[in-house]
Design a protein. Sequence first.
Length: 535
Amino acid sequence: MRYIFITGGVVSSLGKGIVAASLAKLLQARGYRVTIQKFDPYLNVDPGTLNPYEHGEVFVTHDGAETDLDLGHYERFLGIQTTRDHNVTTGKIYQYIIQQERAGAYLGKTVQVIPHVTDEIKRRFTLLAQKEPYDIVITELGGTVGDIESLPYIEAARQLHYELGPLRVLFIHLTLLLYLETTKELKTKPTQHSVRELQRAGVQPDILVCRTAHPISRELRSKIALLTNVPRNAVIQALDVPNIYQVPFQLRREKLDEVVLRRFRLPIRGEPDLITWNTFLTRLQGAEHTVRIALVGKYVELQDAYKSIHEALIHASGWQGLRLELGWIHSADLTPESLSRHLRGYQGILIAPGFGERAIAGKLLAIQYAREEGIPLFGICLGMQMMVVEFARHVLGLSEAHSTEMDPHTPHPVIDLMPEQQGLSQLGGTMRLGAYPCEIRKGTLAYRAYQKTLVYERHRHRYELNNTYRPALEEAGLLVSGTYPDKKLVEIVELPQHPFFVGVQFHPEFQSRVEQPHPLFMAFIEAARRMGNGK
Ligand code: GLN
């Protein structure tokens, strides 16, 4: 079992998650059993209670954990399923230690960062490898080297390196080379400083991955190597690229995978098998036609808030040889007057998931518009719930129908709190979370997409379609094409006469993969494509 730690230097947002996922992809494509985990230095137990503006999307795992969005990259790149053990936060570590302390586990001892916190971090570093026989476990350390809160993680990784030795633990440091416009040169000083910072903590990086907007010359590579104590062939250039799917190829050209394997004394046979990946990339890059999709949501200012949806749309468009043009539309901007101006020319509309009352009216307007104009519409979670509300109001004639999340006193609660959610006061981790089976009804659009009668999809919600209204809704023409058999919960609704009017209570976006796009996203893009380019 070998461990790779990836740290970040100079600034945040350098794309550590993508580098980690790309390296893992290369190793996996060489036949190694690889997984990736993420350690975050913040004190929240998980990101589930964080506002999307703070931290982007919350990624839900199959086993129902609310995790960092980087786990989405790991799953999409590797085609694997991560678990609740793949994302650890300082909050989780401390919660566990304090519970232990209260239970008397350390009786008589002073509980300290070293050794108790670092020991617990080390235990978690190696936990995945104890459960499954991985060859290599990659750990992405969140934050930037030099942050006070990252220190216990760096220290724990240093100890693991000391204990297991350099053949089993290696460090990759991701850094930024600054480009000065005035003198037209790349500056290495911030990189030198961040490597020093690591060295001060007792860690010598084995490999440097340098993000840069301009190619690194031979001389500069040698200089970086000399000043950071890293072999020249382990100074890896990571040039800015227009799309993240090129990164595995880019790192392959720099032989990052070979540097890693040689360092671990693991065999390097032939080339990594990236045939499917390459097929996708070729179609994506060769796309001649555009598909225009509007994403209607309320966190559109921060695109990371809808990361998995965006990626799932790119996968589905790319595989169909289409270039995705995504319009980010704030539902608060949609009024009866502005509606058609905002939505004109789009071949498909996606209504995003979300919570709370704000900007709901705009979503309902967009749904009505798409339903009446025959524009492909895909509603996810809250999006699906609002499709049901809109249908109940305008087709069933229940003009005050609503979800009790938005209007607790509505006379027609077509969307209501699930019984097991009533009376809950704790917010973290208490929604209906993770994968549940969904039975697909034959002869429906959902069945045509999935080609299966049983699928597993991931959930994150408290409310659901109120079964009291199900007969009336069905009678009025809303087709229930997917249900959770155990509890008879409605999971998918659609309109048979419409080109594509599909709402799902779950989050299909979490299961779209680069090498295996999600069937519902494929069907949505296909319907949008058939609309032609309206403009
Ligand atoms: N707010 C809704 C619920 O809790 C939808 C949640 C979501 O879109 N993820 O049921």
